[in-house]
Design a protein around this ligand. Structure first.
Ligand code: SF4
Length: 467
């Protein structure tokens, strides 16, 4: 790779949302329930291909979590990205079904790499990370809905803040057909348990599964956001593709399954994106599968860009978070109105009240957000995020009323987080709640301490403040 020029950042979109994402891949392991019909079997982590960049990087170091993390930090540094605020994403299978010992060692290896020193225990590694150069501000685990509820405490012990559930579709008949091995009820229970414990919840969804069709996919997608049992905070939309070694490949060659065409995918994705409410972020559209591993289905992984460009041309605005983030508006060279205001959306989800607090301007560009959940007389902040290109710890961003000339420094580090958290505290107080709990990445604890929060001595590792 050519060295970037002074001040130049290679692939700036990587850190455009305010954090530096580091993906760490698990070693290959067969899933306990058997195989979902669409899952490829290619001797690499299940559901991935040998040519996926993250798999190639991981297999080169024998899936060692320490070495993977270290290598990614070096790569980001070489591209001139800040590496202070790291989001860890553990990918590649149902992590919580690996042996318990392996899970603890894998996570400790990640913290050790961030700390650049090996600790004796996970607890010690987490403690060190609170003040480390590379702080873990968020940690994401992917899991199945039926391997989740019983592991809530353990996930907190790992410092996890976000969980992505392989939901795919909410239909028991299709779950049977694709040999998914869990039910819609598992999705409902996992979603509630995660939200109650303060986690941010993401769903992976697959339009075009066997047994579904465009009408059904759209109807069920609408239900995900209208039925309070679901309402995820984030989604990834991965239209079904036929991959080698999967049972779906046989169905396809025997003319028992046909994936959606590119046109059909475009159509349904546009319809879906228009439905996503303002509290949800569409993290990704289409899986990055190398074309040589696609037997049938679209190979067009850049569909999102085309769809969004098309929607922008028609001036049809999306409400979902990513589309409205300040970082993307800056990238497009938009004139930014710097008069910011607070907008609060209240909605019911999984038996609790959700308050979605946003700092936006007149153009509905999003500068920061906070998710407050109130359930059974208790309040928990599930997310606090200030958007804009990632800044280094201690580096000053623009002030609330800053002029557009300062725009390159983004919205981070300007007191917006403090503003959001104080509004969340106000709401909790109005409800006569005496204590506010915040789920926090290990590396954000110092920030909350400055706001008067203390580390709860219990297992969960929450930051807590008396109101
Ligand atoms: S649960 Fe995920 S990784 Fe396991 S077989 Fe199904 S799709 Fe593949």
């Amino acid at each position: 790779m050519k060295k970037p020029e002074k001040g130049e950042i290679r692939k700036p979109t990587r850190t455009i949302s305010g954090i530096t994402p580091v993906a760490v891949m698990l070693p290959p392991r067969a899933c306990e329930h058997g195989e979902c019909v669409y899952c490829p079997n290619l001797n690499v982590p299940q559901s991935y291909t040998p040519r996926s960049p993250v798999v190639m990087r991981a297999s080169a170091v024998n899936y060692d979590s320490y070495k993977q993390t270290q290598a990614r930090l070096e790569a980001f540094k070489a591209m001139n990205h800040p590496t202070d605020k790291i989001e860890i994403i553990v990918m590649g299978g149902t992590f919580l079904q690996y042996s318990k010992k392996f899970q603890y060692e894998f996570i400790k290896g990640i913290y050790d790499a961030l700390n650049n020193s090996k600790s004796k225990s996970l607890g010690e590694a987490k403690k060190k990370n609170e003040r480390a150069k590379h702080r873990c501000v968020a940690l994401c685990l992917e899991t199945r809905p039926d391997a989740c509820v019983e592991f809530i405490d353990r996930m907190r012990e790992f410092g996890c803040t976000r969980v992505e559930l392989g939901v795919q579709i909410i239909d028991d008949r299709i779950y049977k057909l694709v040999k998914r091995g869990h039910t819609v009820e598992d999705v409902v229970k996992a979603t509630k348990a995660l939200k109650d414990a303060g986690f941010k919840v993401g769903y992976h969804l697959i339009p075009g599964l066997p047994g579904s069709n465009l009408k059904k996919d759209l109807r069920l997608f609408k239900k995900i956001f209208s039925d309070e049992k679901f309402k995820p905070d984030q989604i990834k939309l991965y239209p079904c593709q036929v991959m080698p070694g999967s049972e779906l490949e046989n169905l396809y060659w025997n003319k028992k399954y046909k994936p959606y065409t590119k046109k059909e995918i475009e159509k349904i994705l546009i319809q879906m994106l228009k439905i996503v409410p303002r509290y949800c972020r569409v993290m990704r559209v289409m899986r990055e599968i190398p074309p040589e591993y696609i037997v049938a289905g679209t190979i067009h992984i850049d569909l999102r860009k085309d769809i969004e460009a098309e929607l922008r041309k028609k001036d049809s605005k999306l409400k979902e978070i990513r589309y409205r983030e300040i970082g993307f508006a800056l990238r497009e060279g938009k004139e930014i109105d710097c008069n910011l205001r607070l907008k609060i959306t209240r909605y019911m989800a999984s038996g609790g009240e959700e308050y979605f607090l946003e700092i936006v301007n007149k153009q509905d560009i999003l500068f920061g957000l906070c998710r407050l959940r109130v359930v059974r007389g208790k309040a928990v902040v599930r997310e606090l995020h200030v958007y804009g290109p990632a800044l280094k710890l201690g580096e000053k961003g623009w002030c609330r009323s800053a002029c557009p000339q300062l725009r390159n420094s983004g919205a981070q580090h300007t007191g917006l987080g403090k503003w959001l958290i104080s509004e969340a505290e106000k709401i909790a107080k109005e409800k006569c709640i005496k204590k506010l709990k915040v789920i926090s990445g290990v590396g954000v604890r110092e920030y909350y301490k400055k706001l008067g929060y203390k580390l709860d001595k219990g297992k969960g590792g929450y930051m807590v403040k008396g109101l």
